[in-house]
Design a protein around this ligand. Structure first.
Ligand SMILES: *Cc1c(COP(=O)(O)O)cnc(C)c1O
Length: 426
């Protein structure tokens, strides 16, 4: 049965999470389907950032390291993020970028594997993993004389049989396809094979329920500016299973990871636990914005938390898929994202052999903001990517977005010259 715009309005009216939309400043006439790339701005962020700048920095100056709790900020925000990823307090820290955190986590995993399972020197990841993850792993392998092996998702089970395999490095929800791994099952299979697992939660934290403790994962990193709404270039986070946290140094052993940074000793003494995963002085203005972003997700806790957000996210993506298939049929769009709920993240990707980039540009000109990811010439096609952040995307937004997509395709509007011009950031 066809879902009408009226039905979508009714769904919004009944949505128990609807009020959360008011926590954000999404501009009028904008349907924002790119929160998987840069989350929308929480309304609380401008005043909070202004307070950090004018009062904490401007007036209180260096005293704020103590009086405003600056020194503890990475741990405090880490503990807030922990509530979204099934982590215990004191195991997660908000710091650095995802890439840098991955370097630290992967290096520590290499070291632990070398000590506990000597003779293993391979890392396996997915060929369609986010490139920075692969680049970091490749650089580490070059440096250590290890080997990075790239496989397709269905080849992971086979790859675990390799007795030289030390580490499985996976992104929980694929940035390109929106496909989600079964974290508990994959982690268990890896452990049975003597392999440590490093998870990237860039498209999971704040988007889908995650239980790092329940899965007994080894290491995890994730992004602050996507579903955590922390602002452009927000600090990322790193989580280490408490059983590993004190076992080794991480390689970027800066003074903020020292047990007593203000003792200024010439030798390094790592702090206990996750604090040693900090490197240098942390960005307070950015951390303040990230805290606002994480709080905007935690605002769902009294309304059912991540489980409620997940229910709405699946309803939004189901609706988007159904409407696209019903109303945009015959235009050469194919669904890349898995239909099965257990395998789908919070985004929907459509492939198209011709014009994917230009269609996204034409949609953006109409105020429907999604993004485009280029094919890699190795079996992964050009895609139109739409992220659904249930905090601020509604059912009527989905209906309108599909209406715009149909019009862009039917009128051939996307073939206009202006939409072919490639920007530096897609
Ligand atoms: C977005 C994303 C990153 C981003 O890394 P930065 O260091 O923050 O630029 C890394 N990995 C994955 C899987 C991502 O989706």
């Amino acid at each position: 049965m066809t879902t009408t715009q009226q039905d979508c309005r009714a769904l919004d009216a009944q949505d128990p999470l609807r009020a959360l939309r008011d926590l954000f400043d999404v501009p009028a006439n904008t349907i924002y389907l790119d929160g998987n790339s840069l989350g929308a701005m929480p309304r609380s962020a401008p005043a909070r950032v202004a307070e950090v700048v004018t009062t904490e920095w401007g007036r209180d100056l260096i005293r704020s390291w103590n009086s405003a709790g600056w020194f503890e900020m990475p741990r405090k925000v880490g503990d807030l993020i922990a509530r979204l990823i099934g982590a215990e307090p004191g195991t997660t820290i908000a710091t650095d970028s995802t890439s840098v955190n991955l370097f630290k986590a992967l290096s520590a995993a290499l070291r632990i594997s070398a000590e506990t399972k000597p003779g293993r020197w391979r890392i396996v990841s997915e060929r369609s993993n986010f490139p920075t993850d692969l680049y970091i792993a490749e650089a580490l392998c070059k440096d250590k004389g290890w080997e990075l092996v790239l496989v397709e998702p269905h080849e992971i089970a086979e790859a675990l049989k390799d007795e030289k395999l030390a580490i499985l490095m996976l992104t929980h929800v694929n940035y390109r396809t929106g496909a989600m791994h079964d974290m508990a099952a994959v982690t268990q299979a890896a452990h049975e094979a003597g392999v440590l697992v490093v998870w990237d939660l860039a498209h999971s934290a704040g988007a889908v329920p995650v239980d790092l403790t329940g899965a007994d994962a080894d290491f995890a990193v994730g992004c602050g500016y996507k579903y955590l709404n922390g602002g452009p270039g927000a600090p990322a986070f790193v989580w280490v299973n408490p059983k590993h946290a004190d076992r080794c140094w991480q390689p970027l052993a800066g003074w903020w990871g020292h047990d007593k940074p203000f003792a200024f000793t010439p030798d390094y003494q790592p702090a206990a636990g996750i604090v040693r995963y900090q490197c240098g002085t942390q960005p307070m203005i950015s951390l303040a914005a990230l805290e606002c972003g994480v709080q905007s997700v935690l605002a769902a806790e009294p309304l059912g938390g991540m489980a409620a957000l997940r229910r709405k996210s699946l309803a939004l993506t189901d609706l988007f898929i159904a409407l696209v298939e019903e109303r945009c049929a015959g235009h050469g769009l194919s669904l890349v994202t898995p239909r099965e709920h257990t395998r789908r993240g919070s985004q929907v990707c459509l492939s198209k052999t011709e014009g994917a980039y230009a269609i996204v540009q034409a949609l953006i000109a109409r105020g429907v903001i999604g993004d485009y990811r280029a094919g890699d010439g190795a079996g992964h096609p050009d895609i139109l990517r739409f992220g659904f952040t249930p905090l601020y995307v509604g059912f009527e937004d989905v209906w309108n977005a599909v209406e715009h997509l149909c019009q862009v395709l039917e009128t051939g509007e996307w073939q206009g010259a202006a939409f072919q011009r490639q920007h530096a950031v897609t």
